[in-house]
Design a protein. Structure first.
Length: 94
């Protein structure tokens, strides 16, 4: 059994869509695995609400010595991560 769960959202990570993303992420977190990867291949926008959700997941995983990783982040989304300063907390791979 893999210790890494993967969530593959699409579209916008904003206030309108965060409730569905949050429900999915909380379900994955409830599985108790220490690692979660959010595959951002199809994420084309990230707002402060999306950042908040990612930080919540990262904090939850840190309590179990785990980690949140973002993969396949598009340049425009990566720029938002850089500007917001969360790259000191979140791991971006691939």
């Amino acid at each position: 059994m893999s210790d890494v769960l993967v969530y593959r959202p699409s579209g916008r990570f904003d206030a309108t869509h965060c409730p569905e993303h949050e429900a999915a992420i909380r379900t994955l977190l409830a599985a108790g695995q220490p690692q979660l990867t959010i595959d951002c291949t199809d994420v084309d926008f990230l707002s402060s609400a999306g950042l908040r959700l990612m930080l919540m997941a990262a904090r939850e995983l840190a309590t179990r010595s785990g980690r949140l990783t973002l993969s396949h982040v598009r340049p425009n989304v990566h720029e938002i991560l850089e500007i917001s300063g969360v790259l000191t907390v979140l791991t971006v791979a691939g």
